[in-house]
Design a binder for this molecule. Sequence first.
Ligand code: FPP
Length: 239
Amino acid sequence: MNKQPKHVAIIMDGNGRWANLQGKLRVKGHQQGARTVRDVVEEATNQGIEYLTLYAFSTDNWSRPKDEVNILMKLLVNSLKKEFSRLVRNNIRLQSIGNLDGLPTPVKDELIYVIKKTKNNTGMILTLALNYGGKEELTEAMKAIAFKVKNSIISPEKVDESTIIEHLYTRNLPAVDLLIRTSGEERISNFLLWHIAYAELYFVKTLWPDFKKEDLRKAIEDYTKRERRFGKTSQQLTS
Ligand code: FPP
């Protein structure tokens, strides 16, 4: 049996379909999705999860209709404002990964404010992936390393896994133990490519706005029953 996962990452999918099924506008799906975020963050804290990483906005999401992008950005600012005191109460530290400079100023400002105000909290680390793309993250890391090699700051022989990790947005996150994706889609969609190398994948048909605290508990329970071999045989692990 595995212990509780230390790092849980979630691809929150299905807001739009949830709204369609209810005959509502997509914005309603995102609003309900934001409520789910609140419940899941609370439950992850109760479950003793140390790191929770949420895919809130990918680099590909800019290609959605402009109105929807604006609504998502507004929802992010409002959620950060609304949930700030709850984060503080629960001793949660907020951080973000992704290209913050590409975000609208109000989102960036609010995010920086909450990150600063919660930086000394010692409980769960909640990471929002915003304007995030896994391939972009790796490309930026390669570029920075190439630059250092060119300027003789590091020698090519010395480049190893830790050099790459040090140059990622996710440098201070441990490897993902459990990756959850809602809505029945079974894809990674450019999320945390490096850190999911050995993650256990959990796909569930529930649409994100319908995902409940109990569903998170189920995913964690499923994880604890799996055997993680990291390339070894089952026998090696038990002997
Ligand atoms: C995927 O559903 C969801 C998103 C692209 C955005 C996630 C945003 C939230 C849950 C709202 C607020 C977030 C925070 C952190 C407060 P989709 O629109 O792709 O759904 P579909 O595939 O059914 O169309």
